[in-house]
Ligand binder design. Structure first.
Ligand code: FCB
Length: 427
């Protein structure tokens, strides 16, 4: 065994992961590359100190070689829209060729690409003129998706949007990410437009390739009342679960997004996404405790408690592996294959990183045994990178990055992941 991770006795147990299980790593373009024309570049001062972040845009060949060494058979990455369309009506052929080269290299390594069309960032011109709550946003995104999908070859797995709800929470309710609004009405308009774009992108991709596999990557969390005995905390838990985990599943099943607050009538919004899903991408990290606090925004206070005793992560999240089973079981009501499109831990402690990975992969194994149709697991992430509001110190990477020299340094979790893949897979 390499990597100093938890001991395993896999030779004695029946292997349960199918031979074609997708073992992968997930990244996003902006977090590795930055982009001079993205809305986030203006938003966060850290980025003016570290414009290239990890300089993956130049060092991509070296980074893709790391994937080959890891032994993954799939890689999730995103296209940075603001590189492809730095200005309205512009189209940067070199940027598209760059992403095509990544796909070709992956294929030459026998690694299946999974491409995300939109991972949080927008071109600055888009956010300035057509932010998501404005109707013109739909045509702009659709035109980008149409042309990009026509030009890229060799992609079967697509994610249209990464974490649509997180875009809305940050950009439209908290106001901590672009476009920085706090406006529930605009949030709902943005939600409708983003869902409409998903539906259209789904059709665009399928028109070109009927066998394509298309989804979103939805962030799922386990919610719990801060105090079990407190009926308000329990009600918050129920409401949060309804919105965060249930409403999107329901919208994909019925084409209706339901807004329902306690003690009020439900509002239904039609969204054109019914059945526009070939698998369901689940990003899972943590559990969140909720407390009713009338002095907080919307009466809610969020906390991470360390109830399982695994310690909180570098960015304060609880490690709660059992929650992965809960959310997968919940998502399985879609009757579609499930893929864990992100799961990972922010820590500089190698033992904790391998532990986290092992515990979550154990949960996936348990889910497979109990008949849940999980088809893939993507660890977040390959190398340390820019972690949005948390900056550069989160350290989710299998490889550490020295941000002065940009050197990639393997953590023991890298060799542990290789070991895990080799030992759990049926060959
Ligand atoms: C997810 C995001 C991803 C990364 C991880 C830690 O919510 O999709 O970009 O920030 O969290």
């Amino acid at each position: 065994m390499t990597g100093g991770g938890p001991r395993e006795h896999v030779t004695e147990r029946k292997k349960i992961f199918p031979g074609d299980f997708q073992w992968g790593v997930a990244t996003s373009a902006f977090q590795l590359e930055g982009s001079p024309h993205a809305d986030w570049t203006n938003w966060d001062a850290i980025l003016s100190d570290k414009p290239g972040i990890t300089d993956h845009y130049s060092l991509y060949k070296d980074d893709l070689a790391l994937l080959k060494n890891l032994g993954v058979n799939s890689y999730r990455f995103s296209i940075e829209w603001s590189r492809v369309q730095p200005h309205e009506n512009a189209w940067d052929h070199e940027a598209v060729a760059h992403y095509q080269e990544i796909i070709d290299i992956l294929r030459s390594y026998g690694i299946e690409p999974m491409v995300t069309l939109h991972h949080f960032t927008n071109p600055l011109w888009f956010t300035t003129k057509y932010p998501w709550h404005v109707d013109g946003s739909v045509d702009k995104f659709t035109a980008y998706a149409e042309r990009l999908v026509a030009e890229l070859t060799g992609v079967k797995y697509w994610l249209t949007f990464n974490e649509p709800y997180v875009i809305l929470l940050g950009g439209y309710l908290e106001g901590c990410t672009p476009p920085g609004l706090r406006d529930a009405g605009k949030a709902l308009a943005a939600l409708k437009n983003i869902f409409t774009c998903h539906g259209r992108a789904y059709d665009i991709i399928h028109r070109r390739d009927p066998d394509a596999q298309v989804s979103v990557a939805h962030n799922m969390s386990v919610f719990a009342p801060w105090k079990k005995w407190n009926p308000f905390d329990r009600l918050l838990k129920k409401t949060a679960n309804f919105f965060y985990n249930h409403s999107i599943i329901n919208a994909f099943q019925t084409g209706v997004f339901v807004v329902k607050f306690p003690f009020s009538r439900a509002v239904e919004i039609e969204v054109p996404i019914k059945d526009k899903l070939d698998f369901f991408g689940v990003n899972y990290y943590t559990r969140i405790h909720l407390r009713f606090n009338p002095f907080r925004k919307m009466g809610v206070e969020l906390r991470h408690l360390d109830l399982d005793g695994h310690g909180l992560t570098n960015i304060g999240w609880e490690v709660h592996p059992r929650g992965l089973e809960k959310v997968l079981r919940y998502a399985s009501r879609l009757n579609l294959p499930l893929i864990i499109t992100e799961n990972g831990i922010a820590t500089h402690d190698a033992q904790r990183k391998t532990d986290y990975m092992k515990r979550h992969v154990d949960v996936v194994e348990r889910c497979l045994r109990s008949g849940i149709d999980v088809r893939g697991y993507y660890y977040w992430t390959l190398i340390d990178n820019y972690e949005w509001l948390q900056g550069l110190d989160a350290q989710f990477g299998l490889y550490r990055v020295d941000f002065k020299t940009l050197k990639r340094i393997p953590t023991p979790a890298a060799s542990y992941y290789s070991y895990l893949i080799a030992s759990r897979s049926q060959l």
